[in-house]
Ligand binder design. Sequence first.
Ligand code: B12
Ligand code: SF4
Ligand code: SF4
Length: 268
Amino acid sequence: MESSEITRKTIEDVVNHLYEATGAATFFEPPTVKFASADDRWFTEFKTLISPEHWTPQEALNLLYPDATAKTVISFCCPNSREAREGNRKETERPCELWARIRSFGDQALQNIRNQLARWLQEHGVAAVAPFQQDDYKLAVTNLRSRWSERHVAFVAGMGTFGLSGGLITEHGIAHRLASVVTSLELPADVRPYGDDFTAWCTKCGACRRRCPAGSIGNTLAERDKTKCKEYQMKNIASTRSDTYGWMDLAIGCGLCQTAVPCEYKRP
Ligand code: B12
Ligand code: SF4
Ligand code: SF4
């Protein structure tokens, strides 16, 4: 296949194939795929809004391809399985085992999808990089900000808008994981149905605030205390011993604010 023959449908088919092949289908519901233009002005604005270290798509692609021009960011969103969401709804302090398994092992399947999609594009003669894979995850958690924020990227691609909890509310709700790949392949960008209104789909109902055991969610997005969220997870949930969830040394998550809330699996 020539790169000129690669369409939206081709990319969706590759992502759907990888969703099955990597085992992601045991953790997640089927993915939604969206495209953002690498030239979207939001990517430059993130230098101010997030940090000067946050990569533009061009900077991310140049990490592997110094001479290539970034054209498209492919963003995809995988909702957590119904079983995991139902299990987490009943919890009040720690995630249910299935939710924890998605955080620890479903995340690894999504890393494989990112890498394989980038490899597939490279194989078809175009430059591609999965920026998340080039970042330093430990540093991102220490700083509470990464050099490639999947939520912000998905927002630009028309996937959804930020909720009071900080999660991204999509057409399939807020209980999901996100991933993306930057490429020199030109594909038509999706329209943002919410324009530039970055909280349009959140009703501010406060259900997530009442669910949070750490008291980390406030009455406005600006009041959110991310450190409380992180410390609660580290002190009360992190799996450094096998007698907690049965495996060790992987992030376990929490996500109580993403379940038993009106935006769990739909746009409220
Ligand atoms: C560091 C990190 C954490 C840290 C700190 C997170 C944090 N910043 O709050 C900890 C360990 C605490 C954490 C917790 C969780 N995480 Co986390 N985490 C990340 C990571 C690695 C980086 C996040 C980042 O860089 N954010 C950038 C900062 C600047 O943005 P922010 O914190 O989201 O806050 C922004 C919004 O409020 C918004 N906003 C405010 N004003 C404005 C104005 C405008 C104009 C705009 C556009 C935006 C905006 O901007 C804020 C700051 O700029 C990402 C993976 C990645 N590389 O993207 C996953 C990620 C964000 N985590 C994810 C998940 C699922 C979780 C948990 C549910 C854990 C779990 N799996 O059970 C919780 C949820 C916490 C919450 N309330 O959202 C998902 C989110 C998907 C979703 N549903 O939204 C991600 C994208 C991982 C993935 N691959 O899917 N996480
Ligand atoms: S629970 Fe309510 S306030 Fe919280 S993110 Fe969802 S819609 Fe917004
Ligand atoms: S992930 Fe848990 S601790 Fe963090 S904001 Fe959500 S409910 Fe609170």
